[in-house]
Ligand binder design. Structure first.
Ligand code: ADP
Ligand code: MG
Length: 333
């Protein structure tokens, strides 16, 4: 056993912080090498801090058998997706770990390796956290901080009748990936199956798009519960109704191969969760600017519907009539 290592193949708490976490905090002067009680975050006078938190729980959000680097990336990226949807540029994050007995040094090394690679991909740095032991399950909490031009964080409230509704990327892939992990899709090519499963395991937060929308969108959120459920959140807090044209909902080629493209497939895609796309509303007049933002960000943006007076969310079928909807998306309880 190395000095300070506890029995059972795991470093002691302080060794863990010094050897695995402190290197991830090297770029942040306000983290003080993880040798202080708290960290500072410097914000330019014309910007403000945006904070968001999301926790992942073993057996709920990931499986013990998932690659540790993917679990790390998912924990960070679900938070980066919230920042992106608020128009924020990522700055720093904190990590709260409750380590179950099955977590050993090798798992932690691969976990922090996943964090290191995403830190350089997304330009964010660890500035602190807390580490405790638990009988289980493993719980990973991330609090992420970003900045927006002062007064311009994108809100869920703000959609106005007459606005158009947009969504980035494609919808339902992650739900399709989960279905494949449960045994569906045996007739698909392995490339198509992998494409869907990797959308489920490792979200692609739209960090390049969000900050380009701060002066264009009237409301925005990240699609995590399901497109319809999340648009319903916008409708509710904005005091409006949102109408989605089913045939405009963007479905990827692998998802169409898995589920087809009839109205049932569209409803299924639009009510399965974990997409981590940005759904937003904006005046029609901003359409050209939105296309330019999408192009600069390197992501597709589709117009999928409109905002009108009223309440709730409606999905129009291929005949243009509203489809009867059951559950709109995922809830924990
Ligand atoms: P405290 O006694 O205040 O809980 P700790 O001894 O837990 O402080 O933490 C010491 C330092 O290590 C602090 O800077 C804290 O932010 C950092 N730290 C602890 N756990 C983590 C973690 N999981 N990720 C990042 N930093 C951590
Ligand atoms: Mg502590």
């Amino acid at each position: 056993m190395a000095p300070g290592e506890k029995s059972g193949g795991r470093r002691g708490e302080f060794q863990l912080i010094a050897e695995l976490f402190a290197p991830l905090a090297r770029g942040a002067t306000g983290a003080f090498g993880l040798k202080d009680d708290a960290a500072t975050i410097d914000v330019a006078v014309d910007r403000e801090l945006v904070a968001t938190a999301d926790a992942l729980v073993e057996s709920v959000h990931f499986l013990r058998s998932d690659p540790p680097a993917s679990i790390a990336k998912k924990a960070l990226r679900v938070n980066l997706s919230d920042l992106a949807a608020k128009g924020a540029e990522p700055e720093a994050y904190m990590l709260v770990l409750s380590l179950a007995p099955w977590i050993k040094d090798d798992w932690l090394t691969r976990f922090t390796g996943g964090l290191a690679s995403d830190q350089s991909e997304f330009g964010i740095t660890l500035i602190g956290g807390d580490t405790t032991a638990t009988p289980g399950p493993l719980t990973i909490g991330v609090t992420a901080f970003g900045t927006v031009p002062r007064g311009h964080m994108l809100r869920r409230a703000g959609a106005r009748p007459g606005d158009a509704v947009f969504v980035s990327g494609t919808i339902g892939d992650s739900g399709g990936g989960l279905a494949i992990l449960h045994g569906d899709g045996n007739s698909l090519s392995s490339e198509m199956r992998d494409a869907l499963v990797s959308r489920y395991r490792v979200p692609q937060p739209r960090t390049r798009l969000g900050p380009r929308l701060t002066h264009l969108a009237t409301s925005a959120l990240d699609v995590s519960d399901g497109l319809l459920a999340d648009l319903n959140h916008i409708a509710e807090v904005s005091g409006t109704r949102i109408v989605v044209e089913g045939q405009q909902v963007p479905l990827s080629a692998p998802l169409r191969a898995l589920w087809g493209s009839d109205v049932d497939a569209i409803v299924r895609a639009a009510s399965s969760g974990d997409d981590y796309e940005i759904a937003f509303t904006a005046p029609w007049s901003e359409k050209g600017a939105i296309n330019a933002a999408a192009q600069a960000a390197g992501v597709e943006v589709c117009e999928i519907g409109h905002v009108e007076e009223g309440e709730g969310v409606a999905l129009l079928g291929l005949d243009g009539r509203p489809v009867t909807l059951g559950r709109l998306g995922f809830t924990h309880f």
